[in-house]
Ligand binder design. Structure first.
Ligand code: SAH
Length: 508
């Protein structure tokens, strides 16, 4: 049997789209996927590779024994690490000897300040080894800055921030451009060195340089040394390249606009997680800001990364403009509606606001559909909307009652089943009684009627009644009313529950 091959696969700086085609292919084809991680088991490298994993591959977690330099190993920190690397290499070697190909994941590039090297040194002499280069954080950071890094005769120096203040300042004096890596522990020294050599003003700090939403760009002088994470570096442009302006200045709270934002108008469904589509859940998870009528915003589980803007029910146009303004500043905004956003809800309001102001011309607006109340109530009652039906809102807040009455009469005359949204509210008490009276001039008093209240929530209630017995006093704004056609009828299921059916056939 042939030995397996070791692949040292660079994954780039974090954005799954910056994984090379070759890396993605090899990850998908590997027998064994290995990665280093701390004791908590989470691995940045694995999360970047996730979209390309097959799901049935052996995963080898190489779990670091210590993440700080405190250990009771007789050889101290060095001894503990040496033992760990030997054991990890032995595990990979066992796979390779058994003929299995091993992909060892590395963030960025595998041969650029990467823990991959410890395995490479121990294995590459004995087994075939292939390195797949990755986009380094240096390239990702200068791309994030959209700043020319080196031009013409500029020299680029890559420095570990751990060199100490004096050495760093010396090296910085002797170079044009510089990238300073590993700055999380000694940022105060890095900043002092930049100041010593008079280059602090030209230096930029970049955190999570993958173009993702958590990317941060700041002037190096403005950074709090206590808040510098591991995934960060400092970039200084070379003398020639430094003549170019840095295009975008850091935005509020250090979060830079990483390109235009966007607005998703998201339907939450009538209530409950089961009635939220995966697409809607994904749009909510990706959002930086949630905008909507406060009770709807409250239905989205809290995420500390997000800002929530709940508002009154009556300010739809301002709410839409507010959302578009946020997007203009680079934010990804989810405007939430209950049910479907296109049914008496925010989708048309947002699209109108976007079209009304040329400032918003470049902002993508997507409508993410949801299960509308009519479908949800109908499903719980049987199939009352099984034939042609009309969707009608009884609210006269945005259209005159005369129009509502005319449409209701037309729907009744056309013998449509009718799904009535906004049948009543605390202040609108008369409309449903008037609608019922009007419908009774066209329909039999025994016509089945369904009243669904807060369906999909814990307070859900579905009542099957008739046009004669419908009591408007029992209906409020959390209800949807379905009035059957002349063909709708009620059957009882085995448990005795009423099922409303509007057949697909129509006589004549
Ligand atoms: N966009 C929503 C409708 C907004 S209009 C949708 O597609 O469902 C608000 C009206 O929708 C309410 O007055 C009520 O008639 C109906 N509605 C919304 N959610 C409901 C629910 N969970 N149960 C019953 N009716 C609901």
């Amino acid at each position: 049997m042939n030995d397996g091959t070791l692949y040292g696969v660079g994954l780039g700086p974090g954005d799954p789209e910056l994984v090379t085609v070759k890396a993605a292919r090899l990850i998908g084809a590997a027998d064994v996927v290995a990665y280093h991680c701390a004791r908590h088991g989470r691995s940045v490298a694995r999360s970047i590779a996730e979209p390309y994993l097959r799901g049935d591959q052996v995963e080898e977690q190489l779990v670091y024994p210590v993440t700080t330099e405190v250990t009771d190993h007789p050889g101290g920190y060095e001894g503990a690490m040496e033992e760990f690397y030997e054991a990890a290499a032995a595990r990979l070697i066992a796979h390779l000897s058994a003929g299995r190909d091993v992909v060892l994941l590395a963030e960025g590039d595998p041969l650029f300040y990467s823990s991959y090297m410890h395995m490479h040194k121990r294995i590459s002499g004995r087994f075939a080894t292939v390195i797949v280069p990755g986009v380094t954080s240096v390239s990702a950071a200068s791309a994030a800055l959209a700043m020319p890094l080196v031009e013409g005769d500029d020299v680029l120096t890559v420095l570990p921030g751990t060199l100490g203040r004096e050495q760093l300042a010396d090296r910085l004096r002797g170079t044009g451009a510089a990238a300073i890596m590993k700055i999380s522990r000694g940022y105060a020294d890095v900043r002092a060195a930049l100041k010593d050599c008079g280059r602090l003003d030209q230096a930029y700090y970049v955190e999570r340089a993958s173009g993702g939403r958590r990317q941060v760009i700041e002037r190096a002088g403005d950074v709090d040394p206590a808040a510098v994470p591991y995934m960060s570096l400092v970039i200084i442009a070379g003398a020639e390249a430094a003549g170019h302006p840095v295009p975008a200045s850091p935005g509020p709270d250090g979060e830079r606009d990483t390109g235009p934002g966007r607005v998703d108008v998201v339907g939450l469904g009538p209530g409950g997680r089961d009635w939220l589509t995966p697409q809607a859940a994904a749009a909510l998870a990706a959002a930086d800001d949630l905008v909507g009528y406060a009770p709807y915003v409250d239905r989205v589980p809290p995420n500390p990364r997000q800002r929530r803007h709940g508002s009154d029910n009556r300010v739809e146009a301002q709410r839409a403009e507010f959302a578009l303004d946020l997007a203009l500043r680079g934010r990804r905004v989810a405007v939430v509606s209950s049910g479907d956003p296109g049914v008496f809800a925010m989708a048309s309001v947002v699209l109108e606001a976007a079209a009304a102001d040329s400032r918003f011309a470049g902002i993508p607006v997507a409508v993410v559909p949801g299960i509308t109340a009519a479908q949800a109530v109908a499903a719980l009652a049987g199939a009352p909307l099984g034939h042609d039906y009309v969707t009608l809102s009884l609210s006269d807040r945005l259209k005159p009652w005369a129009v509502i009455a005319r449409r209701l009469a037309a729907a009744a005359a056309g013998d449509f089943a009718i799904a009535i949204y906004n049948p009543a509210s605390r202040s609108r008490r008369q409309q449903l009684a008037d609608a019922r009276a009007l419908l009774l001039t066209h329909r039999d008093a025994a016509t089945p009627v369904v009243v669904g209240r807060a369906v999909g929530t814990d307070d859900q209630q579905v009542t099957v009644t008739t046009l004669r017995e419908l009591d408007p006093a029992q209906v409020d704004m959390s209800c949807l009313v379905i009035v059957g056609s002349s063909q709708s009828r009620v059957v009882r299921d085995s448990s005795g529950a009423a099922r409303v059916i509007t057949p697909r056939r129509y006589p004549g």
